[in-house]
Design a protein around this ligand. Structure first.
Ligand code: GLC
Length: 601
């Protein structure tokens, strides 16, 4: 379906103490000169490395096959050992799990499969004890159709909660088309017999959109956020937050208008309603400004032109946003997350360079290559063949941790976990995949060919398989039957094996974090400059302060690739995923997937 949101998204966070607003840590101003392009005050969340944990897949403590909070608490020493500072946890609230927790039925409860509020309190206390911060997922564009608000709202047109949602009375005829991502028929409206009305759901019919125009709803959300902050959580990642504000007159929009006004994207249209900034400023005033926390927008539909509006410190909205331009590269048009194996490295470089420049002087960027909505980074941007998996994982880790902006690193990527590449639809669990499969089926498409495209493509379950702790049954994730199959490569790719191997991707990740932490001025705040933009194989850039300059060389290909250093005088290597750096005259000969950071004299 042409208008599917995930397609566009893809192509398109008690006990310790109540937190009070504090001055940013170490608020030293950086020198305002050309070497330091970003002159913002320092902040802990700029200097941090975020580790994203999909709780359903991290560690099961009770044998029901589903990861849980006790399981995660038991693995905090591992998390701490990585050197990361913040954990972003996908939703853990009460939920019937139509979309694995992104359909919340109770914002003040913990999902049964994940444990209890007492388990959460222990988790948070144990994290804080180790100096780890916890960022929760805030899902407030929609809730679950099993939330009390919605149950009440659908009971009668005059119910107090009716106006918490978007309704279209059927006597007005059928509402204008709006996309519903996770629906086989593609529609974002569902007819509800009881009150003879349609309700809006941009995702599945199990996820009715909340009406942010209603001040009562906004008050409830802010109160809920304040309750979590008072418990001591350290921030929120905000799910599809630009989408909360929409044109609720629901006019008919033609594809031509979408193309001309919004660059073809429903998400750009959803996100473009200016009210989103009124709501975020209000949220900042009512909630965010009161605590020393961090916020991250899932910047669905935001562009280089609009992203600053969300994170400009003078506007008092959010701290960071993540864009989709990078993770959209290489998906073939008109097909669901089908990856073109010949995706263009120059395009990749252009996108990341252009986004760096958006935040060069103000605001703050983020950098990520994978998350719970994306396939595994090594399969997609590296090479998961046994001979290249290790090197290419390290190369991608070098990229993520040597760019400006806060790195978001997805659980398991430190091991080089790969796409699982299911053969059968029965192995998949994801609501989005089910809908896409249903669309192909209804259109009489080639289902086998479709499944084949997802092996190296974007099916979300590729990135959601259980964490591989060891080579034993179910990779040490569960003693039960895992909710999603464990990758067979657990025998080779697992924490226990990686801990024992001094050259593993895991140890490289720790080394690279240490390098970033030891060089905050340079690798966090330093100026970024792209070199040799047209080079189809090598991503080369410099990072610099007024005192130091380094060259980052990344070979993205499975062959020897050349970078011409010209007159640059290479000094000591800071890190190298291989033994040597081969130089012939002015030519640096990079081994397949070689990554190196070298000082410039
Ligand atoms: C975001 C989440 C995704 C979820 C969707 C609906 O894109 O990252 O996992 O399915 O929103 O909440």
């Amino acid at each position: 379906m042409k208008y599917s949101i995930p397609f566009l998204i893809s192509i398109i966070f008690l006990m310790s103490c109540n937190q009070q607003k504090k001055e940013p840590t170490g608020s030293t101003k950086l020198n305002n000169n050309n070497a330091f392009a970003n002159v913002n005050d320092r902040a802990w969340w700029k200097e941090a490395v975020v580790y994203q944990i999909y709780p359903r897949s991290f560690k099961d403590s009770d044998g029901d096959g589903i990861g849980d909070l006790k399981g995660l608490t038991g693995k905090l020493d591992y998390v701490k050992s990585l050197g990361v500072d913040i954990v972003w946890l996908n939703p853990i609230y009460g939920s019937p799990n139509a979309d694995n927790g992104y359909d919340i039925s109770n914002y003040d409860d913990i999902m049964k499969e994940f444990g209890t509020m007492a388990d959460f309190d222990v988790l948070l206390a144990q994290m804080h004890k180790r100096g780890l911060k916890l960022v929760m997922d805030l899902v407030v564009n929609h809730c679950s159709d099993e939330h009390e608000w919605f149950k009440q709202a659908r009971s009668s047109r005059t119910n107090k909660y009716r106006n918490y949602f978007h309704w279209w009375p059927a006597e007005r005829g059928k509402p204008a088309f709006r996309p519903g991502s996770f629906e086989v028929d593609g529609s974002g409206w569902r007819y509800d017999t009881l009150t003879n009305s349609y309700y809006l759901h941009y995702f599945s019919y199990k996820q009715p959109d909340l009406n942010w125009e209603n001040p009562e709803l906004r008050k409830e959300i802010y109160a809920m956020m304040n309750r979590w902050f008072k418990k001591g959580v350290d921030g929120f990642r905000m799910d599809v937050i630009p989408v909360i504000a929409k044109d609720t007159s629901f006019p008919v929009i033609t594809q031509k208008e979408l193309d001309e006004k919004y660059g073809g994207g429903w998400f750009t249209y959803f996100a473009s309603t200016p009210a989103v900034h009124t709501y975020l400023q209000e949220m900042n005033k009512e909630v965010l400004s009161k605590y020393d926390i961090m916020t991250l927008a899932e910047g669905a539909g935001t562009t280089k032109a609009t992203a600053m509006n969300f994170v400009d410190p003078d506007r008092h909205e959010l701290d960071m946003s993540y864009h989709f331009e990078g993770v959209d590269i290489g998906y073939e048009k008109g097909a669901y997350k089908k990856m073109n194996p010949n995706w263009s490295l120059p395009e990749f470089k252009n996108v990341y360079s252009a986004w760096d420049s958006v935040f060069a002087n103000k605001g703050w960027g983020t950098i990520y290559l994978g998350n719970h909505d994306q396939p595994r980074m090594v399969t997609r941007w590296g090479n998961d063949a046994p001979e290249f998996r290790d090197a290419s994982s390290k190369m991608l880790t070098t990229f993520l941790l040597s760019m400006r902006g806060t790195p978001y690193y997805y659980y398991g990527d430190e091991l080089g976990m790969t796409n699982i590449k299911f053969d059968k639809i029965e192995d998949y669990r994801d609501i989005e995949m089910m809908a896409e499969y249903g669309k192909v089926k209804n259109a009489g498409g080639d289902l086998k060919a479709f499944l084949e495209t997802q092996k190296n493509g974007g099916a979300r379950d590729n990135g959601r398989t259980p964490m591989q702790w060891d080579s034993l049954a179910n990779a040490g994730f569960t003693t039960g039957i895992p909710w999603l199959k464990v990758n067979d490569n657990k025998n080779v790719i697992n924490v226990a094996a990686a801990e024992k191997n001094a050259n593993s991707t895991l140890h490289y990740f720790r080394k690279m974090i240490k390098l970033r932490k030891d060089n905050i001025d340079l690798l966090v705040y330093g100026k970024y400059t792209l070199l040799d933009a047209p080079n189809a194989d090598v991503y080369a850039y410099t990072r610099e302060t007024d005192k130091q300059k380094v060259l980052v060389l990344l070979n993205f290909k499975n062959k020897i690739a050349v970078f011409d250093k010209g007159k640059m005088q290479l000094g000591n290597e800071m890190i190298n995923n291989m033994q040597n750096l081969k130089i012939e005259g002015t030519k640096v000969m990079l081994q397949p997937y070689q990554a190196c950071i070298v000082k410039l004299n």
